[in-house]
Design a protein around this ligand. Sequence first.
Ligand code: COS
Length: 386
Amino acid sequence: MIRDPEVMSGLQDSVRRFVRERLVPAEETVAETDAIPADIVRDIKALGLFGLTIPEAYGGLGLTMEEESLAMFELCQTSPAFRSLIGTTVGIGSQGILMDGTPEQKDRWLPALARGELIASFALTEPESGSDAASIRTRARRDGEHYVIDGAKRFITNAPEAGVFTLMARTDPASKGAGGITAFIVDAKTPGITLGRIDRKMGQRGAHTCDVLLDGVRVPAANIIGGVEGRGFKTAMKVLDKGRIHIAAVCVGVAERLLRDMLRYAMERKQFGQPICEFQLVQAMLADSRTELYAARTMVLDAARRRDAGEDVSTEAACCKYYASEMVGRVADRAVQVHGGAGYVADHGIERFYRDVRLFRIYEGTSQIQQIVIARGMVKAAQAGQ
Ligand code: COS
């Protein structure tokens, strides 16, 4: 749903200009220094990008899913690290509070998140619990008006920058599955929290992940998202449903950029006396990429519109994440191929994107998890006679 086409197209224009004028020229610096320059972080805040999905009542832009997807199509036509800075606040880090939080929790946290003063991070994965999210071991034990949390979280995006965590912990040790899990809002400054060293990753330099270790971390009982124990797994799954459409939109944005670079190179580069875009085998790579990108873009917008209309899009969100993340992997591979030797050396940035996009098939649920979610959704719908 697009609420006001004129406002939306103004937002798309300003993000497009920002990407072209500020972010693309900084890509190399970010890759070399593994950091986003402070002046760019300041401009990202000033543009209101941290508040994209936080309702206007809390100082954000309150974008619908369709609007958010269109914004991501633009913002992600550059290194994914820039999106990652706002990604956990716009997406999985804040959405639990937004979807299931109490009015007091929303008042307390959302305005600072919308302004970018606080970065929110989503802490679900653990050393022994990745795809099997219901098996988390991090324990939260009630102690008067507090819970004491002990455990370890792994690969937590933006943990080094986070001011607050949406953190899933087991409050009922008797229940080994999803029902014993509770979602907490954890202030990152709480004593007992330590961070591991920043992970050295294959790509996405400038976006940081690390372990979050919790040792006797006292969190007020009032910080249980929604105030009720045992609902944390469902909160996390709902957050991921939305997050998967978001990541699919991110993949579409990055693929747009790669395809544009690929086409430009194919039109400029001459071999055998003519631009290589005249060769049918190169055309096949361009055409396959355009076709798959178009399909992914259309899927994302369809799922986003359905979600905005109030439909349960768990299955469609998984379809989008699965297809778009695999699609951008193929497009990046063809981009390297069309660039040939120039794609393999670091100068053109193509090999950097090739490494960057590999993550999309893994985080917020691997492709294999998306396949499981899709097939289960099909069976469930068939059983319900839909
Ligand atoms: N929305 C709301 N509730 C949901 C849900 C969703 N999308 N998906 C599952 N649930 C509910 C189920 O209805 C069930 O509730 P009841 O016990 O009341 O019936 C409960 O949650 C448990 O669901 P289920 O039995 O399907 O859980 P599983 O342990 O089988 O796990 C998968 C399901 C595999 C889909 C889940 O563990 C998953 O998504 N894993 C990947 C995690 C991930 O993406 N990690 C990335 C790290 S975060 S960047």
